[in-house]
Design a protein around this ligand. Sequence first.
Ligand code: G6P
Length: 255
Amino acid sequence: MDRSAAVEVSEDENEVSQVLLCNPRGASARISLHGGQVRSWKTERGEDLLFTSSKANLNPPAAVRGGIPICFPKFGNQVSVEQHGFVRNRMWIIDENPAPLQSIDSSTGIASIDLVYKSTDADLRFWPHRFELRLRVILSVDGSLTLISRVRNVDSKPFTFAFAYHTYFSIGDIRYRWGSRSGGKEDFCDKKKGLPDVVVWNPWDQKSKTIPDFGKDEYKFMLCVDAAAIENPITLKPGEEWTGQVEFSVTSLKY
Ligand SMILES: O=P(O)(O)OC[C@H]1O[C@H](O)[C@H](O)[C@@H](O)[C@@H]1O
């Protein structure tokens, strides 16, 4: 029987709202309003395709180690801006009135949610520009996950930023073949728009020991592959908007 897609909002143990998207086949994605961060992306068999550390600190404001933190307006460690920007450490809200990007109808089996983060006066101390960042997360009938971010300059002067979906994939065992899951039968595939760069990161054994919210041997079972715009930062004039989109799916390998 074909069921409709479902969107449920609940609170986690820290009273932070979480949105659960389910497609008719039982695949799901969970998104936290803390950071607008995708926390899990599960197949219909319940297997999480994203990594979350067993040592992750779930208490705001620090970003959770795992899932898909959003890095904006900077990537990396830069003077006066928090590492990887600050929106991953802020509380977002559900956008009740999203601009239509495409028609989404839950009876078609597609589940989606729109979140927004609007810069505050306090943020101006870290980055002196006013912006609105909207995130649409779409879980499709085939289980693929699409993230569409739109940054709008609502200031009176231009600004320049970097952006990354800092995606922690869960993998089989990095010592045998990175990117493969459970013996090399499946692989991740992503399609990107507006995000020309890719950042690949694994802390490996030595750096793992210096990261408090990361388990000693967990580096073997994760790999960050970030769809990003970093090398050539994006400049927006007042009123302009930029869109960065990524679609993740799992494909079966033919070997
Ligand atoms: O610990 P985080 O701030 O989340 O950053 C995690 C990692 O992200 C990136 O991939 C950087 O290149 C690394 O230098 C950094 O350690």
